[in-house]
Design a protein around this ligand. Structure first.
Ligand SMILES: C[S@@+](CC[C@H](N)C(=O)[O-])C[C@H]1O[C@@H](n2cnc3c(N)ncnc32)[C@H](O)[C@@H]1O
Length: 287
């Protein structure tokens, strides 16, 4: 269901850089799209930290983790321009207009996005608009949720005994349903690790389509909620039980799903990890 529009909200930073602002070369305004990673500020790149510390204006998304805005200088203007499936969201056009307005006024604008800006982050549209307007734009990559999940679970998405490829898929079309132009037979490949972004609400349909396409219902699946934050929780089980697993984790926090035989290896590394996890729907605490 399309979310209601909301207006960007200006946020006053109580923390953040306070010393003299590092000098930046005078010149025309510009925009840097910065990947904030999955949530943990320690996963920011040095380049991202430098961009945050020197920005005049920061336009940030809802999924930005706690502590990341601490790197923004207190004198910078900070605007929340979040968009979340099923919630009140800022219009993409309004966000682009703000970037253009501030850059035209000579400001260095940081557009801060969760994960990596180039993965399901609408960076393509923003870059096109800025280029059309003649505004310089640079991209600072971040750690996308799929790679943060692999690190957190201690599993290789391309384990050489199991997977030949990885595919990042969206589980959410602009109508709120699974995209209807995915090739399910092709996706139902046991030698591919599938990582599904924005797939929480459509998990039942996703599991049914993959099994319908020929994937074994016993194929290992993982769902991870709120990677890199205090609320992080994992569920692991067979594909057939994925909808129930997602139900246990809930839809309040961002949720990432992965499916494929490479995930078999996850158990060994996870057993040693000091995290709370749901395993085959029995709540089990370790560490
Ligand atoms: C609009 S996409 C943005 C993806 C982002 N650009 C990236 O590279 O990770 C939002 C989706 O990414 C996934 N996601 C992003 N951050 C996450 C996190 N911290 N924990 C779990 N999933 C996350 C979820 O599937 C969420 O619905």
């Amino acid at each position: 269901m399309p979310a209601e529009p909301r207006k960007p909200v200006e946020v006053k930073l109580l923390t953040g850089g306070q010393g003299p602002r590092p000098k930046r070369p005078q010149g025309p305004g510009r925009v840097t799209l910065v990947g904030a990673g999955p949530g943990d500020p320690e996963l920011l790149t040095l380049k991202a930290v430098r961009a945050l510390g020197t920005a005049d204006v920061v336009l940030f998304d809802d999924l930005i983790g706690d502590g990341i805005l601490d790197f923004v200088h207190r004198k910078a203007r900070c605007l929340a321009v979040g968009k979340r499936g099923g919630r009140a969201s800022c219009k993409q056009g309004d966000i682009e207009d703000l970037m253009v307005q501030f850059a035209r006024a000579g400001k260095h604008v940081v557009r801060l996005k969760s994960g990596d800006p180039m993965i399901f982050g609408r960076a393509g549209e923003e870059i096109e608009r800025l280029r059309r307007e003649g505004i310089a734009v640079e991209v600072v990559p971040g750690i996308t949720a799929a790679l943060a999940m692999a690190a957190s679970l201690g599993l290789s998405l391309t384990h050489r005994d199991h997977a030949r490829s990885v595919r990042f898929i969206t589980g959410h079309s602009r109508h709120g349903t699974l995209p209807d132009d995915l090739d399910w037979r092709n996706l139902a490949d046991p030698a591919t690790t599938l990582v599904i972004y924005m797939g929480g609400r459509t998990a039942p349909d996703l599991a049914a389509r993959l099994v319908g396409g020929g994937l074994d219902p016993a194929t290992p699946a993982v769902a991870v909620r709120a990677l890199g934050r205090a609320a992080e929780r994992h569920w692991r089980g067979p594909l057939a039980q994925l909808p129930a697993g997602v139900g246990l984790l809930g839809l309040e926090e961002p949720l990432l799903i992965a499916i494929g035989t490479a995930l078999q290896a996850a158990g060994k590394a996870e057993d040693a990890a000091p995290i709370v996890q749901y395993f085959n729907q029995n709540i089990r605490y370790s560490g």
